[in-house]
Every structure is written in C-alpha cells, then in structure tokens.
Design a protein around this ligand. Structure first.
Ligand code: MRU
Length: 339
C-alpha cells in the first residue's frame, strides 16, 4: 500500500507569519516547553537562526524569506540598507545552502523590480514556504515507496515539521512509510550535542502517532548488526553536483556503518538543498560551533569546564556511500549528476 496524503498530514507549523509578524517555536526548549518567540527584524532572525531557535535547512530558508519582508517594511524603500541586512542574514549559518538560496531569491526579486515592495516580497516568501510543503509531500510519497513492508529504519538529527515547512524530508518519508504499514520500527539517533533526535524527532513522532525508540549514537553499529534496521534515512544541508552530502555530524559514520552491514542509505532533501555550483563535498564550509555546547549537553555539565573541543556540526558523506537521493523531482541513484 502507498500513502495518500491529506492536508492534516502536512505536519504542524513551527514558523508563523501573518504578513507583519514572525513567530518561531523555540526549538531549544522542546520538548519541555512550547514557547513562541517574536522576531521583529532581520537581525533578530539571524540571531534566532544562529542560536538554533529555528534549525533544519529548509526551515532556516523559510525564516530568512519572512525576515526579508520584515526588513523591507523597516527599510521603507532603502534598497541598499535592505541589501546590507540580507548580506548579514545570509551569514547566520554557513552550511545549509537553503539560507543563501532563499536570501538570493528575495534579492533577485528586488533587483528585477528595482524597488523594495514588502507585499511582493511577502508573496514570494509565502510561495517559498508553500513550495516546501508540497516538496515534502512529494518526497514522502517517493521515498516511502522504496521501503519494503516490515522494514526497520534509523534516522539522525531532526528532519520533520520543525526543520521544514511541512511534514519533513527524511521524517516525512518515515511518517508516510509508517502510516502506509511499510515501516515496522523506527529508531531515532539521539544526535549529540543538541539532542535533536531524542528531544525533537522523538517528540514529533509521538505527535504523529508513530512509535519510535531512541538510541545513543554509539549504539548505531550494534543496532545495524542486530538486523533490526534495513534503511538509514537522513536529510541534508547541502548536496553537491556529484552527490556528496553535508548533514548533521554523525551522518557519515552511519553511512560507513550501513555499507559495512549491507544496509541501504537514503538521503531526502528538496531541490533547494542542491548546490550544483560545488562539485565536491570538500568544497562545503562546515560550521564550527562553541565547544561549550559539548560541555553542557541537555543542561548538564558533561565535562570539566574550560577544556578544548572540536565541534564541527556537520560532516560530509561521499556520494559513493549514498544508495539513493530523493528530491521532489524524483529518485536519483549513483552516479549522481545534479545541475
Ligand atoms: O544543526 P541543525 O539542527 O540545523 O542540523 C539539521 C540537519 O542536519 C538536518 O538533517 C538537515 O538540515 C535537514 S532538515 C530537513
């Protein structure tokens, strides 16, 4: 059976915009509390993105598009000032290409029309958001159809409604696959140090009525050896022309382990995450974050304070380890060539 979508399957909205006002569900505080944060400027939006109030490649892009509208209202026709706001906003996080893609689309609209029209920008931002919802649906259908009934899957980080405009990328495939009766068991990798897997993915799956087991990252090898999973399904922050995938740190480990155990590795991402201007994953800028994030996982001191750390938050999975890439445009298999 394949899954037929209805509107309530689009998940929930973690980004609210009514034309004048932008609100973000603060993902740092989930699952303990659901707190909405008001964002009143491009500067505040950039800070919210950098601080992980909102995270996940498509969600960052959508937030930036709405922030561009707020900035246009404030700049009141000052195109150069608005462009400076956009240049700053684009710097909030470097790895997810959706951020610069969304800012680029907003900038092109202003360049082409030659003026700062907040209503026209709002219409464009809304269409970016709606297109992401539609892409999520399409990917969920395409990806879930690849999974044989009875399969177990392991996912990493959070790729659901919190990370996108709609049902999600990898998590959309998983929810659709579970509802279609294809996926029998879901495992969510806890995803250190921010615990997007245990805090956010487990919370979203419970909301969606899909049973899931959280595993610590160190359990992935044992889990794969146990025969309980057949697919590893992740999202992406950037995919190069040759199909190398930047995603949450730990994704590469899973791909290597999956290949060793003869399991399949699926990457699910909208075409807005493709970056055909880059050939190799080595060309992708990997964000490095504050070592203190490692010291204070989940609010607990987990290491002696003041020490050093290496804290890259993304890694590169070479395309050779990726069995299939699903976008809203179709199902791609190696050798990949995105243009
Ligand atoms: O640091 P994060 O939480 O923004 O990292 C998110 C991820 O790595 C996701 O897998 C990726 O953005 C895809 S989201 C649909």
């Amino acid at each position: 059976m394949n899954y037929k979508f209805s509107e309530q399957d689009d998940g929930f909205q973690a980004i609210r915009f009514n034309g004048q006002r932008l609100q973000l569900l603060d993902q740092r505080r989930l699952p303990a509390e659901e707190v909405w944060l008001d964002v009143n400027s491009a500067d505040q939006a950039g800070q919210a993105i950098a601080d992980l109030v909102v995270r996940g490649a498509p969600a960052i892009g959508i937030t930036a598009a709405y922030a561009a509208v707020l900035a246009a209202r404030q700049r009141d026709g000052d195109v150069a000032g608005w462009q400076a706001d956009m240049a700053q906003l684009e710097q909030a996080r470097p790895t997810a290409v959706n951020l610069s893609w969304a800012v680029g689309r907003m900038c092109r609209q202003v360049e082409q029309s030659g003026r700062l029209d907040p209503d026209a920008l709002a219409a464009l931002a809304l269409s970016i958001h709606r297109d992401d919802i539609a892409a999520n649906r399409r990917m969920a259908t395409l990806g879930s159809e690849l999974i044989e009934p009875g399969a177990g899957v392991l996912t990493h980080c959070n790729t659901g409604s919190l990370a996108t405009g709609g049902i999600g990328t990898a998590l959309g495939v998983i929810v659709a696959g579970a509802r279609a009766g294809r996926i029998a068991q879901v495992f969510a990798d806890e995803t250190r140090p921010w615990l997007q897997g245990s805090r956010l993915t487990a919370w979203e799956l419970a909301r969606a009525g899909v049973d899931a087991k959280v595993v610590v990252e160190g359990a992935a090898g044992a889990l794969m050896a146990s025969g309980q999973v057949q697919w590893i399904i992740t999202g992406a922050d950037r995919i190069t022309a040759r199909g190398d995938v930047a995603n949450k740190i730990g994704t590469y480990n899973l791909a290597v382990l999956a290949r060793h155990h003869g399991l399949r590795f699926m990457v699910v991402a909208p075409s807005t995450t493709l970056d055909p201007d880059l050939e190799s994953g080595h060309d992708i800028a990997i964000e490095q974050r504050d070592p203190a994030e490692i010291w204070r996982a989940a609010g607990l001191e987990t290491a002696p304070p003041g020490g050093a750390a290496w804290n890259p938050v993304f890694d590169i999975t070479p395309s050779e380890l990726v069995d299939v890439i699903v976008t809203e445009q179709g199902v791609f298999r190696p050798p990949y060539r995105f243009s």
